[in-house]
Ligand binder design. Sequence first.
Ligand code: GLN
Length: 486
Amino acid sequence: MASIRELHQQLVKKERSAVEITQEALERIQALEPKLHSFLCVTAERALEQAGAVDAKIAAGEEIGLLAGIPVGIKDNLCTKGIPTTCASRILENFVPPYESTATQKLADAGAVMVGKTNLDEFAMGSSTENSAYQVTANPWDLSRVPGGSSGGSAAAVAAQECVVALGSDTGGSIRQPASFCGVVGMKPTYGLVSRYGLVAYASSLDQIGPFGNTVEDAAILLSAIAGYDPKDSTSLKVAIPNYAASFKPDFKPRGQLKIGIIKETFGEGLDSVVEQAVTKAVDQLQSLGAEIHIISCPTFRYGLPTYYIIAPSEASANLARYDGVKYGYRAPDADNLLSMYTRTRATGFGTEVKRRIMIGTYALSAGYYDAYYLKAQKVRTLIKRDFEKAFAAVDVLVCPTSPTTAFKAGEKTTDPLSMYLTDLMTIPVNLAGLPSLSLPCGFDDQGLPIGLQLIGNVLREDLLFQVAYAYEQSTTWHLRKPQIS
Ligand code: GLN
């Protein structure tokens, strides 16, 4: 499918209708889903209705915004009124939210057309989308491989052109890592920039909603639409939201003004050499566009993973306590008293990874262990934040690989949770510090699998990240390669 701007031009020039564009997306979905499995539910009827409303506006001579009539996919942990929201969990199998998330409401208000809800790891816990209780999504570049996770459905759908853009959520890397594996652009905004109202909570102090697009501009347009203060989210930031895509320039001249830091600790052991080469070449390219390159050390970066796996499960164990068989979704049918109703519902409703995290979190928060684990993890989190603060006193943007490898085979890591956790080594510290970060394509390995470059910015510097990413993208051709899937 074309870009947002191209489609917008076609609409306003009346070369195509929004219904035709939506039909194209729905046909693509119908053709590809038997292989890809990126959608948990396709909302064709509602999509055609929304598209019809955009066409009526155009026919009436009204002005339409950039997102009007654009097909979007929505990760299935964002509540959509009247449309099932499962979090890819059995425990929310029959849950139909009575309210709409702020992010999806903003998209609907902008005239965007939701074509369906995308697959994810159950409750966004995972790195491969294999933890979904319903289906395993394939990577469009190689169907035997995973799309990454947990927003694997959204990333695969955008890469395979089943929709133009999509929303995901990122708690420890769940937008950037699948963007990297699927060869698309994915951005995790500054904590608090996008309202979390209606996003089913995993780890509330880390969760952020963000955009996927085939280009930097598409992702930027989507973020401008969903960001902004919301009184319904107490952590929402009261800041003005720029039109990120309005002032893109193809380079960073005058030379020397933009300082980019390479995070030293992300290179070395565990990093695939092909990823290392691609990222190093990308840094050379950034330099040729006018950036000054520095080597930066973030010594506490390596504690990100263990810190995350205390804090995130702790918050998850509290957030997931609400699924008791009474208020939402699934209830075990064979219980004969209240307690067994709770325990059987949770024992059969949650999958293995979710239960593992509830147990880790409950343990870390229990009396006697709280100080040793949870409190300590919070202290390390502060140290990681300080490392970033120091880095941003010296440079404007940090770069490193998004993931140490390209997409792995389905089933390769499912029996070894620790090796699965390691795939987020380079994305997790960013969430702990609440910073914005973006992944964009920077090459391919010898099997034709995409490689992602991660750019990290200081608080609320999404504008700068998009600008750097845009200049890089425009000077390369990686984003023009598309998976050959039909
Ligand atoms: N893969 C990480 C996890 O399993 C991150 C998930 C996420 O960002 N939602 O927790």
